[in-house]
Design a protein around this ligand. Structure first.
Ligand code: NDP
Length: 464
């Protein structure tokens, strides 16, 4: 037993024994040591959790919810230090990012949903119709490992605020932080059955949730390939699906941009969380007039990043989450034919580390520029005109995010032409209340703020 062992599932407001005695070992990716174990849930556990969520639905859908979410926020905020430490251990996120983003962001999102739940219901009419918003029902939430609490809260808080009940399956690689949310929910008095957690693998627990006849909506974040499988599983019963999937975002640096800032912020964005970020600006598009300077600046910036122990204050890049992810990322690097402009460097003997890697002169249609690598790998591509920059940026099966740098009006005009759900102009900061989601194969639907809440609602028209 370690202090991180969590032998039970949380179903119907109780810690219950799982149907199987099998467990999943959770690894610290920086040391390769086992941190603890969680249950390897089964379809029988999912059945039980869905039944608990169904039983709680009518009462929760009709209940005032703002005070509960407010108390949940207070209880989760009291655990901010534990959250940062847990994500630092199970994901390898450097402490500074773990505190600011991995703990700070879900708290901001939960706060925004507590506030939205406190707003009076809209009394909109269209002609003789009264328009009402109702919760969609029992929600199955399936989340990945890269922002393990944020992705959970973006679904759970929005669904709860809308009046839905939830069965959550966190990533098998980073399940521990989800238990801190359950601890907070217990302390906050979230009614039994409103939030249920079944840990386990995607092909067993995730697939059972996606295909469950009594799950009304599946909200999924992860790879496009798994998003497709989840959609197929939900299609037979015409269940609603919301998908937040991959990305290959472009950072467009126009000829009149503040180049040093655009490159520095761009490299930081691409390598945030060791590059394991769906919105990461992994393609840096630079006007030819500043191209060589930008390449040199990007290489210098990347070479200046400290890689290593997530709990060392100097560390900018921790490990990747698993050996499989590291092997996948190094495979992309080894196959690349573009010009590598960052140096090799010694890496720790233990742990799944990859050096920050910058390639220049990348062919926009090559694997490096087209596939989501999900590691610290940046591709730099030159362009000659705004039109060409837009064409290269939009030459992607993905459409999640992007950046544009240049004089305000010109940068805004380019931002409007990008086929993506979000664009930051001149370093505009992340807004946790703004709609977040993708065009094309980056997803379906939106998360966060009022648009994220609406995703978990049905609209009813009553004629009088
Ligand atoms: P997945 O999409 O497979 O994992 C996301 C979640 O889906 C996990 O909880 C996973 O479970 C679950 N899952 C897996 N298979 C199924 C299934 N058949 N039915 C239902 N749920 C399932 O991502 P990976 O972890 O395999 O990462 C692979 C690549 O995906 C990354 O390299 C990256 O490119 C991309 N990715 C993108 C993310 C994003 O935010 N856009 C996030 C994570 C990954 P389990 O716990 O077993 O993994």
């Amino acid at each position: 037993m370690t202090s991180f062992d969590r032998p039970h599932l949380y179903i119907g407001g109780e810690w219950v024994a799982p149907a199987s005695t099998e467990t999943i070992a959770v690894e610290n990716p920086a040391t390769e040591e086992v941190l603890g174990h969680v249950p390897a849930g089964t379809a029988a556990d999912v059945d039980r959790a869905v039944a608990a969520a169904r039983a709680a639905f009518d009462s929760w859908a009709g209940a005032p919810r703002a005070a509960v979410l407010d108390r949940l926020h207070t209880a989760l905020a009291a655990r901010a230090g534990d959250i940062a430490r847990t994500v630092g251990l199970e994901l390898g996120a450097p402490l500074k990012i773990a505190k600011a983003v991995q703990a700070g962001l879900p708290l901001a999102v939960l706060r925004s949903y507590a506030d939205l739940a406190a707003q009076p219901a809209s009394e909109r009419t269209i002609g003789n119709s009264l328009i009402e918003h109702e919760p969609v029902g029992v929600v199955g939430a399936i989340t990945p490992w890269n922002y393990p609490l944020h992705q959970v809260v973006a679904k759970v808080a929005a669904a709860m605020a809308a009046g839905c009940t939830v069965v959550l399956k966190p990533s098998e690689l980073t399940p521990l932080v989800a238990f801190l949310l359950v601890d907070a929910a217990e302390e906050a008095g979230v009614p039994a059955g409103v939030l249920n957690v079944v840990t386990g693998t995607g092909p067993v627990v995730g697939a059972a949730i996606a295909g469950h006849p009594d799950v009304d909506m599946v909200s999924f974040t992860g790879s496009t390939a798994t998003g497709r499988a989840v959609t197929h599983a939900a299609a037979d019963r015409i269940a609603k699906v919301a998908l937040e999937l991959g990305g290959k975002s472009a950072n467009v640096i126009l000829e009149d941009a503040d180049l040093p800032r655009a490159v520095k912020v761009g490299v930081g964005n691409a390598f945030l969380n060791s590059g394991q970020t769906c919105t990461a600006w992994t393609r840096m598009l630079v006007h030819r007039s500043h191209y060589d300077e930008a390449v040199a600046l990007a290489a210098k910036t990347a070479d200046g990043y400290t890689v290593g122990d997530p709990f060392d204050a100097e560390t900018r890049l921790g490990p990747l989450v698993s050996r499989a992810q590291r092997d996948r990322v190094t495979g992309f690097i080894e196959r690349a034919t573009a010009r590598r402009v960052t140096g090799e460097r010694p890496l720790p003997d233990k742990g799944h580390f990859v050096a920050p890697t910058v390639f220049a002169d990348v062919d926009p249609s090559s694997e490096l520029a087209q596939e989501e690598i999900f590691g610290p790998v940046l591709s730099i591509i030159p362009f000659s005109s705004d039109d060409e920059a837009v064409a290269i940026a939009n030459n992607s099966k993905y459409g999640l995010a992007g950046g544009v740098w240049g004089s305000d009006e010109r940068a805004l005009a380019v931002a409007r032409r990008l086929r993506t759900g979000q664009v930051d102009v001149n370093g505009g900061s992340f807004n946790p209340a703004a709609p977040f989601g993708g065009y094309k194969q980056s997803g379906v639907g939106r998360e966060l703020g009022e648009f994220g809440l609406a995703e978990f609602q049905q609209v009813k028209a009553i004629q009088r």
